[in-house]
Design a protein around this ligand. Sequence first.
Ligand SMILES: Cc1cc2nc3c(=O)[nH]c(=O)nc-3n(C[C@H](O)[C@H](O)[C@H](O)COP(=O)(O)OP(=O)(O)OC[C@H]3O[C@@H](n4cnc5c(N)ncnc54)[C@H](O)[C@@H]3O)c2cc1C
Ligand code: FES
Length: 258
Amino acid sequence: MIQENCKVASHVAISGGYSYLSLEAPGMAASAAPGQFVHVRVPGLEETAIRRPFSIFDARDGILTLLYKNVGRGTAALSKIAPGDAVDVLGPLGHGFPLKCSGTALLVGGGFGVAPLYFLARRLKEAGHADIVLFAGGRTAQDLLALDRFEALGVEARVATNDGSAGAQGLVTVPLDGCTAQLSKDGKAFEFFACGPDPMLKAVASRAVESGAKGWISMDRHMVCGVGACYACIQKTVRGNSRCCIEGPVFSAADLVW
Ligand SMILES: Cc1cc2nc3c(=O)[nH]c(=O)nc-3n(C[C@H](O)[C@H](O)[C@H](O)COP(=O)(O)OP(=O)(O)OC[C@H]3O[C@@H](n4cnc5c(N)ncnc54)[C@H](O)[C@@H]3O)c2cc1C
Ligand code: FES
């Protein structure tokens, strides 16, 4: 774990209140793994001492990129920082996704939940794993993020929105179920990798357990210290209470208790 005072390399707002924030963080970028997160002390809110956790969207060439949504006080303050400003960042933290997969890797992301899945897809591709499909869901088309970047990696995306403004109308589990049914019929193996809102994660985890496939679920829990000291981020598992910040955020679907 490293604490770096990172210079903002770029900060680009996209639609729907989402932004990409790239930071000069050579130490963290070199050691980061997909599914890990960073804990950011937001400039302008230092007096609260509480950092905000964000998944690592990408890490390469000394640059760490985050994809975040402006939802409250901390992210509103974060949205105001400009290239050249300095940000105090702690990371990389937590336990990420496995970097191998048997059969097709089914990446399931809701809203900003695609953030750790992009880094994962890039690393899996670099490791020679060709069979990756992204299932992205959101309330509207504006919540379907980074699809151009997945496409540039050569990852096929199947999308669903609640209002039908892009892709299939309804939940992302609809195209997901179609795909797993076809793979099962063809006798092909698959694994699930998911990040997003709890109902989506629960739905993916239950599909993993019921199908006997492996499932890797990144849990989003409110965090305070981010390093295992405060027990604010408890997730129930078959082994008892686990701290999301150090035992997670990625857990095996079979271990989670909902
Ligand atoms: C491991 C991990 C990885 C994360 N990765 C990302 C990411 O890549 N991109 C991103 O945009 N966000 C991510 N989050 C969520 C992000 O940390 C919160 O949105 C942020 O802390 C909110 O801070 P705030 O002060 O702006 O909001 P607050 O003022 O604290 O809260 C505003 C609203 O956001 C809700 N909220 C607060 N914390 C969370 C949370 N952890 N998850 C969902 N809703 C929350 C509150 O219930 C409230 O409704 C991640 C969280 C965790 C635990
Ligand atoms: S956030 Fe403090 S133990 Fe996880």
